[in-house]
Design a protein around this ligand. Structure first.
Ligand code: MCN
Length: 777
């Protein structure tokens, strides 16, 4: 039993339950609920002329059919724009059910409620919608309608480019991909007529926001709506979007019908009705000197935003502000246009604009090295920010509207570590040996810096029960990151209690009402620090109450293994659970622990109802709100082999050096990196959303969309560097997205090194690589 567990490789406490199949995911709830099916647009762009439900009406078990005309009040308006921005001059959000236009395949048009999903689908099949099909816009080369346009410039780029001894122009594109969590979206709602409360369960990354959105749109007071995120089978970004049409329609129907109502998205729906990311066309001009030092970087990119902008322009803003990575750029201009297309809207997917940024920057640095015949690691070394330049101000405005300032990091050390780990200096010898055997192997290196832990705030509540149980809650939700373990580690360490006593609840507005959500690798920084502050508040209170009981000064007390004791004289001690009794003496006779408290000489019976000057209960609540984001960083290196005949790529080695400040749990961070690298490999070699010119997604199933199996994901070697963030009490930076960011950049570099073929677009399939090689091995 140990209490100083911060930084330890503690096994994830959520795993045994999930591995035994005891998880409670959305579809495990509400067995008796009515179920919903949607009639969705089969066209990418069309006018809805008529909806005829007559043929569906005699389906047995049908309960209700709703079209846009049935929606009352704010439910009939376009759904909210979550993150407005002055540069988003033409924002557009969808209606919960299409009003008169549909703008992508999969948009919901009619909602059917029936006794079960099969009957709901039967009825939905019989609904006849008449469309006037309009020409769709698919792909950035055909897109024209501008949603947003933004320029940021630091220094005089034109002058610096004109004066640069050398310049290069490149085009570096990334295709569309998506989060594709194993569990799709889902929502289940019930109206409690006795309590006059609406409970909404949603497979979401932002339950507090869902609560407020549902309340506002349905015209209910916040206090009548509660939202719970049960076990969530992955989110990877797609579940930060809210409210989804389904997320307001299902609670509305539940209240209207006075029945439990549930909707579970199927896989095809997830492909065509959730959200995607990544697609960008990026044009680069770079000026540099003969030593490979970058003098100016000018990037213009087009961002495919899909049909709507419900989540604002966060993704392209992140690309534009994270593009500089670890490098000193004396002059930098970035300009993007975000364009509408008739495809699924874009919202952040793990990495959120950063894989595109890393691909752009890292490929550019590789090209500079190639032009000058210099070693790629050496060109990086010459351009990276030095530790003594920290905090390093990019001069840009970050996604949170605050300045982008790197708070900590030692990039030269990271570079040394990654080149040592992968054996960079020795690789030319290995490559020559392989070549002698007719094998083509190549090595790549890619760096990133990642803004994490964005504000505005997160809160934590910690409470000790009279039986010694420590309850911890925070409002954001978990999708598999291991929060129940790491937050318990923080509290056990802060309070000095055994971790076994600490129980963590996330994502339940009944337990904690204020939160922002789980995205932007922010839970550890935001909720972790808020929970630590709450635990410190509780600890101070416990010491004050115990000091009274022990007739000591709070400064002379410590808490060890759940016992408050006088430092140096362990016999003068009182269990924390007893302090909890003293803090709320009304519970006095309810339990043995309570009765045991009488042995302490506090004036409880007949005295004041709670210790003088204290609120009842042994608890602490606090919030953490940073002045700005903290920046994690890392570097990846990979060695690949490309089959001379088939152009198939095998990853022989994959190494990661990662700096997320103080590690709460190295094992969990490594797990996060593994998952991220798997998605990075997927984005580099396998996954893409293949739309045809009509806006039909050609690979909307796991038969056709190539998600890698464990067999495609390499063994990953990881080393950590811990440069603590000076911005928060725990000195931590985020880790949840990092693994995915440099995937395309590092694998493109390694493939290029192996084949000699320039790689400027990802993902790259064996057949594309074969073509790039001129169709012959
Ligand atoms: N951690 C740590 N020490 C640090 C930093 C983090 O031990 N210095 C731990 C954290 O305590 C947490 C995990 O690493 O258990 C990730 O922490 P953090 O970086 O704060 O990221 P979040 O918890 O906010 O998770 C969000 C992030 C994002 S943005 C996506 S997308 C993503 C991801 O996490 N989606 C995931 N990881 C995922 N993992 C799973 N299994 N499922 C998802 O949907």
């Amino acid at each position: 039993m140990t209490t100083r567990v911060f930084g330890e490789r503690v096994e994830r406490r959520e795993d045994p339950r999930l591995l035994r199949g005891e998880g409670r995911y959305l579809d495990d709830l509400g067995h008796d609920a009515l179920e919903v099916a949607f009639v969705r647009s089969p066209h990418a762009h069309a006018r809805v002329l008529d909806v005829d439900v007559t043929a569906a009406l005699d389906v047995e078990g049908l309960v209700a059919i709703y079209t846009h005309e049935d929606l009352p009040g704010r439910l009939a308006d376009p759904l909210p724009l979550l993150i407005p921005h002055p540069a988003l001059t033409a924002p557009r959000t969808a209606h919960a059910l299409a009003k008169d236009l549909v703008r992508h395949v999969g948009e919901p048009v009619v909602m059917v409620v029936a006794a079960d999903r099969y009957l709901a689908e039967d009825a939905a099949d019989r609904v006849r919608v008449t469309y006037e099909v309009l020409p769709p816009v698919v792909g950035l080369d055909r897109a024209e309608e501008v949603a947003a346009h933004l320029v940021q410039e630091v220094g005089d780029v034109d002058a610096a480019l004109a004066a640069a001894p050398r310049t290069l122009e490149l085009r570096l594109d990334i295709e569309r991909s998506a989060s594709t969590p194993l569990e799709g979206r889902g929502v289940y709602a019930r109206w409690d007529a006795d309590d006059q409360r609406l409970r909404v369960y949603s497979s979401t990354q932002t339950p507090t926001s869902v609560r407020f959105a549902v309340a506002a749109i349905l015209g209910l007071p916040d206090s009548q709506v509660e939202c719970v995120a049960p076990d969530v089978g992955g989110g990877f970004g797609v579940k930060i979007m809210h409210p989804w049409p389904e997320e307001v329609l299902v609670p509305w129907a539940a209240r209207l019908l006075g029945r439990e109502v549930k909707y579970t998205e199927d896989r095809r729906e997830h492909f065509v009705a959730a959200t995607h990311e990544r697609a960008q066309e990026q044009h680069v001009r770079v000026g540099f000197d003969d030593d490979g030092r970058i003098l100016a970087l000018d990037v213009r990119f087009l961002h495919d935003h899909g049909a709507y902008t419900p989540y604002g322009i966060i993704v392209p803003i992140i690309t534009s502000t994270q593009l500089p990575g670890p490098y000193v750029l004396p002059a930098y201009r970035v300009e993007f246009s975000s364009l509408y297309t008739n495809t699924v809207p874009v919202t952040p997917y793990r990495g959120a604009g950063r894989p595109q940024a890393a691909f752009c920057m890292e490929r550019t640095v590789d090209r500079i090295a190639a032009e000058l015949g210099l070693d790629r690691a050496e060109v990086r070394r010459r351009n990276i920010v030095q530790p003594e330049q920290m905090p390093y101000d990019l001069g840009l405005t970050f996604q949170d509207g605050r300045p982008a300032i790197y708070d900590s990091g030692d990039f030269p050390a990271t570079l040394r570590m990654i080149t040592d780990l992968i054996g960079w200096d020795d690789f030319p010898r290995r490559k020559a040996e392989a070549a002698a055997e007719g094998r083509r192997i190549g090595i790549g290196l890619a760096c990133y810096v990642e803004g994490t832990g964005v504000g505005p705030y997160e809160g934590g509540h910690v409470q000790v029960e009279p039986n010694g149980r420590v309850n911890v809650s925070t409002g954001l939700s978990s999708q598999g990151q291991g929060h129940q373990t790491v937050f318990a580690q923080i509290v056990a360490t802060e309070l000095g209690v055994p971790m076994e006593d600490v129980h963590v609840v996330t994502g339940d507005t009944r337990r904690f009402g204020y939160a922002v959500g789980t995205f932007a690798s922010r839970a550890a920084v935001m909720s972790g620090n808020a929970i630590a502050l709450a635990a410190r508040e509780l600890r101070a209170k416990a010491l004050r109450i115990a000091a009274d009981a022990l007739e000591a000064s709070p400064d002379d007390l410590e808490i060890v293994e759940g016992i408050v004791r006088v430092k140096g004289s362990p016999d003068a001690a009182i269990p924390l659970r007893t302090v909890a009794v003293l803090s709320n003496p009304l519970r006095y006779s309810f339990s043995e622990e309570s009765r045991a408290a009488t042995q302490f000489s506090l004036p409880v019976r007949g005295g004041p109802p709670v210790p003088r000057g204290e609120a009842p209960g042994l608890e602490g609540r606090d919030y953490y709100s940073p002045e700005r984001s903290t920046f994690a960083n890392g570097m990846h290196a990979a060695i690949v082999e490309v089959d001379p005949e088939t152009a198939d790529v095998t990853i022989l080695r994959y190494a990661v050096v990662h700096d997320c400040g103080n590690l709460i749990n190295p094992m969990i961070v490594e797990g996060q990196i593994h998952g991220g690298v798997a998605q990075g490999v997927a984005g580099a070699l396998y996954e893409r959303m293949a739309y045809d010119e009509h806006g039909q997604l050609q690979n909307a199933s796991f038969m056709d969309f190539l998600m890698p199996y464990a067999t495609e994901v390499p063994h990953i070697e990881i080393a950590h560097l811990e440069t603590p963030s000076p911005l928060n009490p725990l000195g931590i930076k985020g880790a949840g997205e990092a693994g995915v960011i440099p995937g395309s950049a590092v694998l493109a570099a390694a493939i290029e090194d192996a084949t000699g073929v320039a790689i400027a677009r990802m993902p790259v399939s064996p057949s594309e690589l074969f073509e790039l090689q001129g169709g012959s091995a």
